[in-house]
Design a protein around this ligand. Structure first.
Ligand code: AMP
Length: 541
């Protein structure tokens, strides 16, 4: 017997429709690329999104067509998402920090028909224009006054949508229809496309709104610093309209001073970004002796959370840190470091130690660890293995079947991360499978060495990689980017590690570089480092 309840397809247009009905006047604040602040509301976004739908329909776009954006977080970008997804087109967020040739490859692979960009990225697209084989229409986020000269034959976004009807049929398709496309960073081989469905995005929104996940509400002023092109701004462009929180979009300016200004003026209570952004903010706060009176919670993820950022937020600024782990393939929230009940009363140091781990899966996400043969390993917080994930918003494969069959016999996806899980399912990443340093058949966690090294005040960034050793196969080489004007010595760095890691984990050499290369999502580019140091001869070799 079937249940006798209404059918209410889980399609994302319902989110912005709800915001328009229930929180129409709640503000969306954007720092435009021109630098000024633009104030709009959920109702404005709803209307703009309907106009985008009509502009797309008039351009011949329909179900399953791909629309690319190369854009910062803004109200126009958000309206584009809902306008495209509402009519069953697939919104493809392209990461503008990728190499232009990669961007061309991705846009062609996706066969994007429309490409909408911020003018900051005009030089990139003009440089690859000839290579783009599928794009029929270029749109630039601008109005008549701010439209730049260009060789794309592009139209200004405001002109493109203006005067279009605010009526369009939305959600007229099954809930498992594709709605979003995002390519993985592709550190090995070609990038692969993750195809989100309406249903998975809506379920991910319910997951995100869990009090032990992001847990935002209508009274929050939320600033997604994490870009919408980086794993869907961690779900915030969907979660905020669901509850009607105010949204503050930082646009292109993510330096410490600009972020601080928005945090203060817009009374931001909740924000999210990768550690690099928070390092810049901390420097600004410390240099100018500033406080954060409005901010309650900050989500930090994308790469491991350095202890000094965690301590600064919690101890100096009284802001609750939620350490999060996820990936493009997990929509992206996979685990969150909110405190389990037995640590609610724990002292600060215990809470800090817990929060340095990546956290626990919310309902809707299942985790296990396994050995190379796929056998489940013990959840004892000690044994590490391949991290596998299954759930309501986890990829089952890639666009066009790239990468082949990615699920194991039980339907779990291999994350490529190596981790431990304890009996309460608290996860701690020990490495990326391909970054693990294999010394004499045993594994050394590069992340753990890096996390400790960046704890030294004279170290700006650190990367540990395995380099060839005739006896041990690989030994760790520690690469240090010093704080400007105050470089540490090799002994300073090694002293920082002493006693905190097993003796045999101690790097054989320490080298200093001007800058550690970062990839398109702000993570250390280990591939580039391995290439740079591939002929390095260890002093112990
Ligand atoms: P991406 O899909 O580009 O966001 O990359 C996902 C990968 O980033 C994960 O598989 C992890 O290796 C890494 N990552 C994400 N969050 C964290 C975190 N909190 N700590 C350590 N690594 C992380």
């Amino acid at each position: 017997m079937k249940g006798i309840m209404q059918s209410w397809p889980l399609t994302v247009n319902k989110l912005i429709e709800h915001a328009n009905h229930v929180n129409p006047t709640r503000e969306i604040v954007t720092r435009r690329v021109e630098g000024h602040i633009e104030r709009t509301t959920y109702r404005d976004i709803y209307i703009m999104a309907k106009q985008v739908s009509n502009a797309l329909i008039d351009d011949g776009i329909g179900l399953g067509d791909r629309i690319a954006t190369l854009a910062w977080n803004s109200e126009r970008h958000m309206a584009t998402w809902y306008g495209a997804m509402g009519i069953g087109a697939i919104l493809h967020t392209v990461n503008p920090r990728l190499h232009p040739d990669h961007i061309a490859w991705i846009v062609n692979h996706a066969e994007d028909k429309v490409l909408i960009l911020d003018k900051t990225f005009l030089p990139i697209i003009e440089s690859i224009r000839e290579k783009l084989t599928s794009v029929k229409r270029f749109v630039i986020y601008a109005d008549d006054d701010t439209m730049p000269d260009n060789t794309l034959g592009a139209v200004a976004f405001d002109t493109w949508v203006r005067a279009r009807p605010a009526e369009a049929r939305w959600g007229d398709f099954p809930e498992d229809t594709a709605c979003g496309l995002c390519y993985t960073s592709g550190t090995t081989g070609n990038p692969k496309g993750v195809v989100y469905s309406h249903r998975s995005n809506l379920l991910h929104t319910f997951i995100a709104l869990n009090k032990d996940a992001l847990g935002i509400g209508t009274q929050d002023s939320v600033m997604p610093v994490v870009p919408m092109f980086h794993a869907n701004a961690w779900g915030l462009a969907f979660a905020c309209p669901a509850v009607g929180s105010k949204i503050v979009m930082p646009g292109a300016q993510m330096d410490g001073a600009s972020i601080y200004e928005l945090l203060t003026v817009e009374k931001v209570s909740f924000t999210a970004a990768v550690p690099t952004v928070w390092l810049m903010l901390m420097t600004h706060l410390q240099e100018n002796d500033l406080k954060l009176p409005h901010l309650n919670k900050v989500v930090i993820g994308g790469s491991a959370l350095p202890e000094r950022i965690l301590r600064a937020f919690e101890e100096d600024y009284d802001v609750e840190v939620i350490h999060a782990w996820g990936m493009t393939e997990t929509s992206p929230l996979g685990t969150l470091g909110t405190l389990p009940a037995d640590l609610a009363e724990a002292d600060l140091d215990q809470r800090i130690q817990h929060k340095l781990k990546q956290g626990r899966p919310p309902f809707g996400v299942e985790l296990r660890i396994a050995d190379d043969e796929g056998q489940t390993l013990q959840h004892d917080g000690k044994v590490s293995g391949r991290l596998l994930v299954r759930g309501a918003a986890i990829a089952a494969g890639y666009f066009r079947g790239d990468g082949g069959d990615v699920l194991d016999g039980r339907g779990f996806f291999d994350t490529g991360d190596v981790a431990t899980l304890d009996e309460q399912c608290t996860m701690q990443i020990t490495d990326r499978a391909k970054d693990v340093i294999k010394s004499g058949g045993e594994w050394i966690s590069s992340i753990e060495i890096e996390n400790i090294a960046v704890g030294h005040p004279k170290v700006a960034n650190a990367a540990a990689i395995g380099v060839y050793h005739p006896k041990w196969d690989e030994r760790p080489l520690l690469i240090i980017e010093p704080v400007k004007d105050e470089p540490p010595t090799r002994e300073d760095v090694l002293a920082e590690l002493e006693g905190k890691i097993a003796k045999w984990w101690t790097p054989d050499d320490v080298v200093f570089v001007d800058a550690i290369p970062l990839g398109a999502t702000g993570k250390i580019n280990k591939l580039a480092l391995r290439e740079q140091f591939k002929d390095y001869k260890l002093s112990t070799a």
